[in-house]
Design a protein around this ligand. Structure first.
Ligand SMILES: *[C@@H]1O[C@H](CO)[C@@H](O)[C@H](O)[C@H]1NC(C)=O
Ligand SMILES: [Zn+2]
Length: 380
C-alpha cells in the first residue's frame, strides 16, 4: 500500500509533464507502417521513430525501451509507469548468505568446458537477431537443451514465451516445496550486428552468449545436484534485448499483470571479458537496481568468488533486461564483467568472439558461481 500511495502522489506531482497518451488507433496505424515507439528517457513521453532511426540510436549507444508491443494507453493515462520508476522501495530484508556447506560443493561442479561447448553452438548461428530465422533457431536450441537437461525432473517446466516476432524467449520453472515469491535469473539470448541486423554476422560470444551459457550451466549443475528449493525459481533467456529490451518487457509486463510476486531478479549480461591489464573484478550495476539486493550480491561475491566486487559507474536508462523488471516495480540487480571502460569493445558486430584478447572463461566462471549462489541462498 505504501508503494501505491507514494506512486499516486508522485504521479500527481508529475502530471503536468505528462503528454496525452498515444491512442490504441495511433499505435496500430503507426506500427503497421513500420514505426517503433521508443521510451527514451525517464519521465518523458515516448516518441515514434523509423526502424532506421532506431538503429542510428543504437549505433550512437543510446539505450531505450522499445514499447511498441507493450505500450498500454490506459496505464500511461495516469503516468503511473513513469512516475513509479522513481519511487522504488528498497528491498525486503535479504538474509546474509548462510548455506556455504551446501553451495560450495555444487559450485565445484560448474564446468567451463560445458559452457564452451554451449557457446560454440550459439556462436555458430550467423546471428541471433530477434527477427531472423537463425535467431529463432537459436532460441529453439536453448529450449531443446534445457528441456533435455530437465528430462528426469517431472516437476520442472520449460516453456516457450512467444512474442509477436519470430524469436521466442525461454522460461524454465523449478517449483518450490511451498509456494512463494519467485527468484529469477535472466540473460538475453539474442545478438546484433549494428551495421546489418537481419543478415549481418553477430556471433555475440560475450554479448550475451556468456550470460546465456552461464545460465544453462547453472541450471545443469542445480538439476544434477537434485536441487529442490523451498520457493520457486525461474531461469529466463530473453529474445530481443538488443532491439530495446523487447522480450523482457513483454514478460515483466505479463508477470506484473498476473500479480506474480518476485523475491529478486538478477541479470547476467556480459560476463567473460575484462580489458587486458585492468583489475579483474565483478562489477555491480549502479542504477535501476535495488540497493538491498546489491548489498546481498556483494556478500555473495565475498563468500563465493575469488574475485573482489566493485561498483560500476551508472549505465543509464534502459541499459539491460533488469530495467524492464525495475520499470514494473520489481527488485533487481545485475552483475557486469568489468567497470565500464574496461568492458568488451568488440560487441554488436562480427568481432564479438571468444578469440579476442581479454575473453576469459575463468572470469565468466566466477559470475556463474555467484549467480548459482544467488539462486540457492534466496530460494532454499
Ligand atoms: C508458442 O508457440 C509454439 C509454436 O507455435 C507452441 O507450440 C507453444 O505452445 C506456444 N507456447 C505457449 C506458451 O503458448
Ligand atoms: Zn547485452
Amino acid at each position: 500500500m505504501k508503494f501505491l500511495s507514494s506512486c499516486l502522489f508522485a504521479a500527481a506531482a508529475l502530471s503536468s509533464v505528462c503528454a496525452a497518451p498515444v491512442t490504441t488507433q495511433e499505435l496500430a496505424d503507426m506500427a503497421a507502417k513500420g514505426y517503433r515507439l521508443l521510451d527514451l528517457e525517464e519521465g518523458a513521453a515516448p516518441v515514434w521513430k523509423t526502424e532506421e532511426e532506431k538503429l542510428d540510436l543504437l549505433r550512437n549507444k543510446v539505450h531505450f525501451f522499445d514499447v511498441t508491443e507493450v505500450y498500454d494507453p490506459s496505464e500511461e493515462a495516469t503516468c503511473n509507469s513513469i512516475a513509479c520508476m522513481s519511487v522504488h522501495l528498497s528491498c525486503c530484508t535479504v538474509p546474509a548468505p548462510s548455506h556455504s556447506s551446501q553451495v560450495t560443493p555444487i559450485l565445484k561442479t560448474l564446468s567451463t568446458s560445458n559452457m564452451q561447448s554451449y557457446l560454440s553452438i550459439l556462436t555458430s548461428y550467423n546471428n541471433r537477431y530477434y527477427t531472423s530465422s537463425t535467431g529463432k533457431a537459436a532460441s529453439q536450441w536453448i529450449f531443446d537443451t534445457i528441456t533435455q537437461l530437465a528430462a528426469d525432473r517431472d516437476d520442472i517446466t520449460v516453456t516457450k514465451f512467444n512474442h509477436s516476432w519470430q524469436q521466442f524467449s525461454v522460461v524454465a520453472h523449478i517449483p518450490g516445496k511451498s509456494s512463494g515469491a519467485l527468484t529469477v535469473l535472466g540473460a538475453h539470448e539474442d545478438s546484433i550486428n549494428l551495421n546489418s541486423p537481419s543478415s549481418g554476422r553477430a556471433p555475440g560470444a560475450d554479448d550475451d552468449g556468456s550470460g546465456t551459457v552461464n545460465l544453462i550451466e547453472i541450471f545443469r549443475a542445480l538439476v544434477a545436484a537434485d536441487f529442490q528449493p523451498s520457493t520457486p525459481v525461474e531461469f529466463h533467456w530473453y529474445s530481443g534485448e538488443e532491439a530495446g529490451l523487447l522480450g523482457s518487457q513483454d514478460i515483466a509486463k505479463s508477470y506484473k499483470s498476473k500479480g506474480t510476486s518476485i523475491k529478486a531478479f538478477l541479470e547476467l549480461d556480459m560476463t567473460a571479458y575484462f580489458a587486458p591489464g585492468s583489475k579483474e573484478v565483478i562489477a555491480l550495476e549502479a542504477d535501476y537496481i535495488d540497493s538491498g539486493l546489491t548489498s546481498f550480491l556483494k556478500q555473495l561475491v565475498d563468500a563465493y568468488s575469488t574475485l573482489d566486487w566493485a561498483m560500476d559507474t551508472a549505465c543509464g536508462y534502459a541499459c539491460s533486461d533488469h530495467a524492464s523488471w525495475y520499470k514494473q516495480g520489481y527488485t533487481t540487480g545485475m552483475l557486469y564483467e568489468a567497470i565500464t571502460g574496461d568492458d568488451n569493445p568488440n560487441i554488436h558486430g562480427s568481432g564479438d568472439l571468444t578469440s579476442v584478447k581479454g575473453f576469459s572463461w575463468s572470469h565468466s566462471l566466477e559470475f556463474a558461481k555467484v549467480a548459482l549462489a544467488y539462486v540457492y541462498e534466496l530460494s532454499i
